[in-house]
Write a protein that binds this ligand. Structure first.
Ligand SMILES: [Zn+2]
Length: 208
């Protein structure tokens, strides 16, 4: 049998009908409710893992008890994840939780951009916000202005959550022509393939 930490047992059994962990796990499912606490300050109520930024709500369908946990625990303990009434297999459950995480990251970027657009009377920022909402990514030019101004105004944000599009030739041209001094601002938002591309286009990895 798998050995479960005592704290998992202590958290879940008093809130469940089943007397063993596998029985108890069967009773719990993800409610589709998530919370982004903006900073890694929360704890998983199931395993007591600390420094969680995102909480996922689970509910026991027999006792109606609820807990806020990390997505890892939902997957690790095989708690049910549903999509339109259908229980998902583990691979699809993981995909769904990943999708929700992406959504929360997108919303967090939109909130940072909204704060930024409200701070500065700057049409570029208003346009960047509208563009990001519509396309869910930024162009290289927008990303520089946005990340530079966010930093300048010390608006809380996670640069790595912003997505930059380099698919179009124009965006690659814009990246190639970008002044060296601007690269450190957008670097954290580039994924590893895009960083490689930036180096191919003549830029160097910034010291940040
Ligand atoms: Zn946990």
């Amino acid at each position: 049998m798998t050995a479960y930490p005592q704290r998992v047992r202590d958290s879940i059994l008093p809130l469940s009908v089943g007397k063993t962990l596998p029985e108890a796990f069967e009773e719990w499912s993800f409610t589709d409710r998530t919370i982004d606490h903006e900073e890694p300050i929360e704890t998983c109520e199931l395993c007591e893992q600390e420094a969680l930024r995102y909480h996922f709500e689970i509910k026991n369908h027999l006792t109606k008890n609820q807990m806020m946990v990390g997505s890892k625990c939902i997957l690790k303990f095989g708690l049910s994840v549903f999509e339109e009434g259908r229980k998902l297999n583990p691979a699809d459950a993981k995909k769904k939780l990943d999708r929700l995480m992406q959504q929360m990251r997108l919303e967090s970027c939109v909130r940072a951009l909204e704060r930024l657009a409200a701070t500065e009377n700057n049409v570029i920022l208003t346009n960047a916000l509208a563009y990001y909402r519509k396309n869910k990514y930024l162009t290289p030019k927008y990303s520089f202005v946005v990340l530079w101004r966010l930093q300048k105004h010390a608006i809380d944000h996670s640069p790595t959550f912003f997505k930059i599009n380099l698919q179009k030739d124009k965006y690659q041209r814009d990246l190639r022509e970008m002044p060296k001094s601007q690269i450190p601002f957008i670097w954290p938002a580039l994924n590893s393939a895009q960083r490689k591309k930036a180096i191919e286009l003549g830029h160097t990895k910034p010291d940040i």
